[in-house]
Design a protein around this ligand. Structure first.
Ligand code: CA
Length: 260
């Protein structure tokens, strides 16, 4: 698509200098907010996403980013963790506490699994560690902004776990479990094949599509986060690893599938 083929209107909304409205696009292009304090990284992301057809807005600190995120609608937010005034964890937590469902992609220089899991637990939908490839970032953004259409409306119950694709809810016993979109897509895929191994390739394709630029480790971290929510608080562990092949959701007694 060429620039001349779209209607782009440059507007001045009189935002403070630290905000950058790049454009408003009336063709319904995806709107992305970048919260990143490193000028070169922010500019790289802004330019790359703009050239990929996204409408982009930037903020250079966490407090400003949170204000903008709450004041405007975005299809996704790219959120750095190390930020002045308010770190990325706090931004994610505040957004989720205020019931913002905007998908969050966290960027971090930290590749320690605990840091990544913490981000996912606070409501991030996905994460990437710096340095990263730009095509992979775009693939991840496409994944978290795409509705994960479940292939079934069948509610699946295995033991005390209930996965309900219609209401997008997960419970174990009396406990309601909050999952991100990507975690729900992963659990839903496992649940649809409960009792059998689902290959790593099939799981990755379900979550990120067939884009080869998504690194294999992303799946393992996502599974770790899912286990912390679905398995860690409970005695019976449901998510199993099939070494060298994939993962499975174990069947328990009283397993059944019930049509809605
Ligand atoms: Ca930073």
């Amino acid at each position: 698509m060429t620039i001349s083929s779209c209607i782009r209107v440059e507007i001045d909304l009189s935002f403070p200098a630290y905000l950058k409205w790049i454009s408003v696009d009336y063709r319904g292009m995806m709107r992305i907010l970048i919260i990143e304090d490193e000028v070169r990284m922010s500019e790289l992301l802004r330019k790359g996403l703009y050239e990929s057809g996204y409408t982009v807005m930037t903020a250079a600190d966490g407090e400003t980013g949170l204000e903008i995120a709450l004041a405007h609608e975005f299809n996704a937010i790219v959120l750095d963790i190390g930020l002045p005034r308010r770190d990325g964890y706090s931004v994610a937590k505040s957004l989720r506490q205020r019931k913002s469902a905007t998908p969050l992609l966290m960027l971090t220089a930290r590749d320690a699994e605990d840091d990544i899991i913490r981000g996912l637990e606070l409501g991030a939908d996905d994460y990437m560690t710096k340095p990263f490839s730009f095509p992979e970032l775009v693939a991840r953004l496409q994944s978290i902004t795409r509705p994960h259409r479940d292939e079934t409306t069948i509610k699946i119950e295995t033991g005390d776990l209930v996965v309900d694709p219609v209401h997008h809810s997960v419970t174990r016993g009396n406990a309601s479990i909050e999952l991100t979109r990507t975690e729900f897509a992963l659990l839903g895929r496992l649940a649809r094949s409960a009792g059998g191994c689902v290959s790593r390739q099939a799981l990755a394709a379900c979550i990120w599509g067939s884009d080869p630029s998504v690194t294999p480790g992303a799946l393992d971290v996502l599974v770790s986060g899912l286990r912390r929510k679905v398995d860690a608080p409970f005695e019976h562990k449901l998510i199993g690893t099939v070494r060298g092949s994939g993962y499975l959701l174990k069947l328990q007694a009283a397993t059944r599938s019930a049509a809605q």
